[in-house]
Write a new protein. Structure first.
Length: 755
């Protein structure tokens, strides 16, 4: 494995010493480094493309000699792009082959400029590097970063945050490339001065003696010839950490600047797509008056003039008004658009634009069904791939998702009608769209029924844990103590099914009635029916009583909390990431008194403590990016129950069976109430190990047997040995049943007689 030749996008590369260990502590080889850059290149490309680069190379790994170079290395292949600035030829990256070439050189750190080769006089990024002195805690760095981030937002910028991969954090501000370097530096210094004047633990002074115990707000990365570690570049650190772009909402749960390495970076990128809209967030400098956004007034094709007139492309992330190829392409897209009203948009590619209709009441799935389709302005071809959030107040403000896409075949077409065959994953069949009047058309399905609506879905189940998992990997919801149900909406019919599959619609007719307003023709939703007390806490006994009530809709009032979506109008949602399922879920219904969303939270520890203080059952942790796994338990969902510990006296024990035949089966426990009467609390059969059971049994056998000490009817009485003056113990439990016994009791420990 000394040398291999490979081809990447048509470029032949010779790769050498692939087995060489570059990071001894982590055991990472050059081959793994190359594989990392190949895997993240699609996320890295737009952030680093065409930027002059400086390299730090470690041919023998991070423990060997390092070489810092601005000039391109000797024998750089002709296909590697270069950028000449003064007397220096900088390497650049445009394609995967170039980043692999640099990795093969053991360039373990790639540092990039704030300009691109096509315009080296005008920076397109302003950088603030938060560089802490020794001893500054990371929590302080994060809080400082958050404060600077919010100041930049207040000034009208759209900042982004990333780790340095070492000790600090970086804030990048995308700019329109129309300002001189001097203007950018002046603005950065003004912002830095404003910020450090407000926060005395920060400074602009580079001298280490002058900034002891402080955080340097390094604005000097913006100077001529300066670089900063590139987003997703590796660092020459033992763990092979990377400079990781983050969602700002995840800053609070970040544990350290070197938290992300080549081993876990791709998982985060895939799940969250940080910085994906970086280039769409460019602004001017807040203190320099100059026309920016030269893209706002490009030459606009006549067929897209209406589209352009309705949008401000500085504010809206939608594609610019440019026509596409007028070849033989025949693609279509159906988008789910949560604007003023939720609706679907159908777009057909023709003559270099997308002919478009808004469908207010769902695309028909059965033959003969017709739906109103409102003809809208033509859209640019790039709208075929558009998903995003159009700002409130802008035309079409709201979130848009791609619902289905594919190709279509035109059967017949004129000014008054289109007859087409759609070939998508969801919509696969023949449709006709015909004009009625003004901008109104009708969309009708001609093919036979084109979907299979699941009839027997299975609930995804959670594993139980005693610890709250990391907020980096999970988000959190309250655990509702009620009846787990599916809501199945099919046209004008709504069913509510219990976890066992029993139809309980009639028992909760008022809930079924409000579910008719769910904005979907076909949907399967996961949720929990609860009955709340006057403090808003669920009462399990009441919802069970309600389910079996002969009065059906009478008795205790019920509320349905929805938290997941399995199916929507032909789309199987179970394979989607949980975040997207929740986005669609929140789009298709409006919260009412009876129908509510189970809210999600980022801080699981705080939510758990809140649940404990309110006496709730516990919390649910749901793994970010996870799919819905029907009918099975999965660690993608974890339930953490709030358990109360109580003192109890052991009243007796049952005969053991199987592995416990020489020990005991369970303990009967009780306590003394306020009147001095012995009260039965229930039977405890879990929480023991073999050694503990032997120790407990030895104590119990020292006690005298006696008649049953409580009047209650008790299970396994004939198999029970009752004892007098039994020892006290501690028992954990979830809650009390209506008759006062412990729900889900778990043995914790024997009490010391001296306690």
């Amino acid at each position: 494995m000394d040398q291999v030749t490979t081809s990447i996008d048509g470029i032949q590369l010779k790769l050498s010493n692939l087995g060489k260990v570059l990071y001894p502590a982590a055991g990472i080889t050059k081959a793994e480094l190359i594989q990392y850059y190949l895997s993240v290149f699609d996320h890295m490309e737009s952030l680093i493309k065409n930027r002059p680069l400086s390299l730090i190379r470690y041919p023998d790994g991070i423990d060997g000699i390092k070489f810092y170079s601005k000039n391109a290395p000797e024998h750089t292949p002709e296909w590697v792009p270069l950028c000449q600035i003064d007397d220096i030829s900088y390497v650049m990256i445009r394609e995967k082959a170039e980043v692999v070439y640099l990795a093969n050189l053991a360039a373990l750190e790639i540092h990039a400029m704030t300009v691109r080769s096509e315009d080296i006089l005008h920076p397109d990024t302003m950088i603030f590097d938060l560089d802490p002195s020794e001893g500054v805690e990371f929590e302080v760095i994060k809080e400082t970063c958050s404060q600077l981030f919010k100041l930049l937002q207040d000034l009208g910028y759209h900042p982004f945050v990333k780790t340095s991969g070492s000790k600090g954090l970086h804030i990048y501000v995308p700019l329109e490339p129309v300002f001189s370097r001097e203007e950018v530096i002046t603005t950065a210094k003004a912002i830095g001065t404003m910020f450090t004047g407000k926060y005395p633990h920060t400074t602009l002074r580079i001298s280490k003696e002058k900034r002891q115990g402080k955080i340097l707000i390094d604005i000097y990365r913006n100077h001529q010839g300066q670089t900063c570690i590139a987003p997703l570049s590796t660092r020459a650190k033992p763990s092979c950490s990377v400079s990781m772009p983050l969602l700002f909402s995840h800053l609070d749960s970040l544990r350290s600047s070197d938290q992300y390495t080549i081993k876990n970076a791709l998982d985060y990128l895939t799940a969250h797509k940080p910085w994906h809209d970086y280039d769409k967030c460019r602004t001017g400098l807040h203190d320099v008056k100059r026309a920016v956004s030269p893209v706002v007034n490009p030459p606009i094709p006549a067929e897209l003039a209406e589209y352009a007139s309705k949008r401000d492309f500085v504010l809206s992330p939608e594609p610019l008004p440019k026509t596409g190829s007028t070849g033989n392409s025949a693609r279509f897209v159906v988008q789910l658009h949560d604007a003023t009203n939720l609706h679907y948009d159908l777009r057909l590619e023709e003559n270099g634009v997308l002919t478009s209709w808004a469908i207010p009441k769902h695309i028909p799935m059965v033959p003969g069904a017709r739906r109103l389709a409102i003809r809208t302005e033509d859209h640019p071809v790039k709208y075929l791939g558009f998903e995003g959030k159009i700002p409130a107040g802008e035309y079409g403000g709201g979130t848009m998702w791609i619902f289905d896409q594919g190709t279509y075949e035109s059967i017949k077409q004129d000014k008054e009608s289109y007859r087409v065959t759609l070939k998508g994953k969801i919509f696969d069949g023949e449709y006709v769209i015909f004009h009625t009047r003004d901008d109104q058309w009708l969309l009708e399905r001609k093919s036979p029924e084109g979907f299979s609506f699941p009839q027997t879905p299975g609930h995804m189940l959670a594993e139980e844990n005693v610890f709250v998992p990391s907020a980096q990997d999970y988000f959190f919801e309250l655990k509702w103590d009620g009846i787990r149900v599916f809501v199945i909406k099919s046209g004008e019919d709504v069913k509510i099914l219990s976890r066992s599959g029993r139809d309980i619609t009639a028992s909760f007719s008022e809930i079924a009635s409000v579910c008719m307003d769910i904005d979907a023709e076909y949907a399967i939703l996961d949720g929990e029916l609860v009955s709340l007390d006057d403090k808003g806490a669920p009462v399990f006994a009441n919802i069970i009583s309600r389910m079996h009530s002969k009065a059906r809709s009478g008795g205790f009032p019920a509320v349905l909390y929805l938290f997941d979506l399995l199916y929507l109008d032909g789309a199987d949602c179970t394979g989607m990431a949980v975040e997207k399922r929740r986005e669609w879920l929140t789009a298709i219904f409006k919260v009412t008194e009876k129908l509510r969303l189970s809210e999600s939270f980022d801080n699981g520890v705080e939510l758990f403590e809140a649940a404990r203080s309110l006496g709730l059952e516990g919390i649910m942790a749901k793994k970010k990016g996870s799919k819905y796994i029907q009918g099975r338990r999965s660690t993608d969902w974890i339930k953490v129950k709030v358990r109360t510990v109580t003192d109890a006296v052991i009243l007796g024990y049952t005969k053991g069976k199987g592995d416990r035949s020489d020990l005991f089966g369970a303990l009967h426990v009780g306590n003394v109430d306020n009147t001095g009467q012995l009260r039965y609390l229930g039977k405890v059969g879990t929480g023991f190990d073999e050694a503990g059971m032997k120790a407990i049994l030895a104590v119990l056998k020292q006690k005298q047997s006696c008649p049953k000490p409580v009047p209650d009817a008790i299970e396994e009485e004939s198999l029970t040995t009752w004892i007098s003056d039994g020892p006290w113990c501690e028992v954990q439990y979830a809650s009390l049943t209506p008759n006062g016994t412990l729900r889900e009791p778990v043995f914790f420990r024997l009490r010391d007689p001296e306690e």
